[in-house]
Design a protein around this ligand. Structure first.
Ligand code: SF4
Length: 471
C-alpha cells in the first residue's frame, strides 16, 4: 500500500509529487466575499478510498464557505485523515498528527485510525476530536464545533438552514437512516441497510439552524426513531461547549430546549419510549407519538416479526395517558397480511377501540418484491383485503370523531399552515402533524400569518377536524 500525502504535507515535503494538483487549485480558491472565511489545512494519508473521503470533506468544506490552507501557519485548524491498515501506516498517521499539533495546535483526526481513538489519545491527548472512516457528518460537526462556519447570506448559494421543500414554519429533522429490524413485509433494510445514526451534535446543530431560520415546528423522522444512537453506542458529542448523547430520550430533552414544537414520528414501541412521556406532560415536546403498530393480533405480529405482546401495548398506552392525558397516538396498520383470519382482524379492531388510537393510517397488504412475506402461504384475496380496509377505516373514523369531541371547550395552541381565499385560517393543533392528520379551521382574523402560533378555543369537531376561534 502506498502512503499518499495530500497537498498540505505534499507542499511541505514532496513538492514534485504529482498528487492532486487540481484539487489543491480548486480547494485553495480565494474568498468570494468580504466575510473572512475560516481556513482548514488537510493532511491526507492512505489508500484511494481515504483520498475520496478527503475529496468529499473538502467539497463539503468549500460548499460551506471554508477555505483550504496550503500550510499549517495559515490554517485555523488542521484535519488529519489517517490510515490504519499496516503498522507502518499507523506510525505514519500518529507522526502526522504529532506534526500538525506541533505546527498548528488545533487538530481534528478522521480516517481508519480514527476507529481506534484510544490509540490516538494515548499519544496525542491534545487532539480536538476523532472520528472514524467515512464519517463525513461527524467530521463536519467537529469542524463546526472548532470553527463555526461563517454564513454570508448575500453570497452563499445554500441558506444556513439548508434547502428545504417544506413551508418555512416547519421542517423534518432526519436523525438516522436504515433500520435494524426485519419486519417480514418491509424492504427498507434491503434498500437502505442497517441503522446509521447521525451524531447528536450534527442533529442539534441542524435543529438550531432551522430554528434560527424561523422554523416553529420540528418533525423528528427516521425509519426507527426510538432506536436512535444504538449503532454508535449512544455516543456523546459536543456542540458549542455542550455535550449531547445520541439517545432518543436525550435528543427529546435537547430539542425540547429549543422553544419550538417538537413532534416524534416513527417510534418503534421499545420499552424506553416510556421515558419521554413525562417530557410531553411537562410541555417540553408535543404530546404526540406516531407509533406504527401495524397490527394487534399476536399471530399476525409474530409473522410480521414485530413485538407480539399487544395486550401490554394497550396497557402501556393507558399508563402513558395517566401521565400525559393530552397524549395523541397516531398509528398505521396493515390489513390483509398473509394468514390474517377474521378473528385476527377483530382483535385489531378491538385494540383500536381499547387503546383509543386517535389517528390511524390503514394500508392494504401488498406483496412487495424482496419482502419475506411474499413467500408466505395463505395470501388473502383482494376483495377480503378491500372489505377489511373499509371496515377498519370506519372504526378509525368513529374513534377519531369520539376523541376529537372531547376537545370541544378546550383552549389549545395551534400553528397556522394556510389562509384560504376567504381568509379562513387553516391551522393545526398540537395533536395534528402536517399532511397526515386533521386541521382546525378558524374564522378570518386580520394580521394573522402563516406560521403564527396562538391559542384557540375549540368550539366544534367533525370526524377528523376541529373548529375554533382565537382567544
Ligand atoms: S417496518 Fe419499520 S421497523 Fe420494520 S423493518 Fe421496516 S423500517 Fe424497520
Amino acid at each position: 500500500m502506498v502512503i499518499k500525502l495530500a497537498f498540505l504535507r505534499r507542499i511541505k515535503n514532496h513538492a514534485n509529487h504529482q498528487y492532486l494538483p487540481e484539487m489543491s487549485q480548486n480547494a485553495k480558491s480565494a474568498p468570494m466575499n468580504n466575510v473572512v472565511s475560516k481556513k482548514i489545512g488537510i493532511v491526507s494519508l492512505g489508500c484511494p478510498k481515504a483520498l475520496v473521503d478527503s475529496e468529499r470533506i473538502i467539497t463539503k468544506l468549500r460548499a460551506e464557505g471554508y477555505e483550504i490552507s496550503p500550510d499549517y501557519q495559515g490554517a485555523d485548524a488542521v484535519l488529519v485523515n489517517t490510515c490504519g491498515f499496516l503498522d507502518s501506516a499507523r506510525a505514519e498517521s500518529l507522526d502526522a498528527i504529532g506534526e500538525a499539533i506541533r505546527e498548528n495546535g488545533k487538530v481534528i483526526v478522521t480516517g481508519c485510525l480514527g476507529a481506534e481513538p484510544d490509540v490516538i489519545m494515548a499519544e496525542h491527548p491534545k487532539v480536538l476530536a476523532i472520528t472514524g472512516p467515512q464519517q463525513y457528518e461527524n467530521v463536519m460537526a467537529a469542524i463546526h464545533d472548532a470553527l463555526p462556519p461563517q454564513h454570508e447570506p448575500f453570497q452563499d448559494l445554500v441558506p444556513e438552514s439548508g434547502i428545504r421543500l417544506t413551508p418555512r414554519h416547519y421542517a423534518y429533522l432526519k436523525i438516522s437512516e436504515g433500520c435494524d429490524n426485519r419486519c417480514s413485509f418491509c424492504i427498507i433494510p434491503f434498500l437502505r441497510g442497517d441503522l446509521v445514526s447521525r451524531p447528536a451534535n450534527a442533529v442539534i446543530a441542524e435543529a438550531q439552524n432551522l430554528v434560527r431560520a424561523g422554523v416553529k415546528e420540528l418533525l423528528v423522522v427516521s425509519q426507527d426513531t426510538s432506536a436512535y444512537g444504538r449503532d454508535i453506542k449512544y455516543a456523546t458529542s459536543s456542540f458549542k461547549g455542550q455535550e449531547y448523547r445520541a439517545k432518543f430520550y436525550d435528543l427529546a430533552v435537547a430539542l425540547g430546549e429549543l422553544g419550538v414544537w417538537v413532534r416524534m414520528h416513527y417510534v418503534y414501541p421499545y420499552p424506553h419510549v416510556d421515558e419521554v412521556i413525562p417530557l410531553m406532560a411537562e410541555g417540553k415536546i408535543l404530546p404526540y407519538l406516531d407509533i406504527p403498530f401495524q397490527h394487534a393480533s399476536p399471530n399476525v405480529l409474530k409473522r410480521m416479526v414485530r413485538p407480539a405482546n399487544i395486550e401490554k401495548q394497550a396497557e402501556r398506552i393507558k399508563k402513558w395517558r395517566a401521565i400525559c392525558p393530552d397524549l395523541c397516538i397516531r398509528s398505521s396498520f396493515i390489513v390483509g397480511f398473509p394468514g390474517e383470519t377474521e378473528e385476527d382482524f377483530k382483535q385489531l379492531i378491538d385494540f383500536v377501540y381499547e387503546a383509543k388510537i386517535d389517528r390511524i393510517g390503514v394500508f392494504k397488504y401488498e406483496n412487495v418484491v424482496h419482502a419475506k412475506s411474499r413467500e408466505f402461504e395463505d395470501q388473502i384475496p383482494q376483495e377480503i383485503i378491500d372489505d377489511r380496509w373499509n371496515r377498519l377505516m370506519e372504526v378509525a373514523q368513529e374513534v377519531s370523531a369520539e376523541r376529537l369531541a372531547t376537545k370541544i371547550g378546550r383552549e389549545i395552541d395551534v400553528i397556522v399552515d394556510e389562509i384560504d381565499e376567504e381568509g379562513t385560517i387553516i391551522a393545526r393543533t398540537i395533536w395534528d402533524a402536517p399532511e397526515v392528520d386533521g386541521n382546525i379551521f378558524i374564522d378570518p382574523i386580520d394580521g394573522v400569518k402563516v406560521g403564527d402560533v396562538f391559542k384557540v378555543k375549540v368550539e366544534d369537531a367533525s370526524e377528523y377536524d376541529l373548529f375554533g376561534s382565537k382567544i
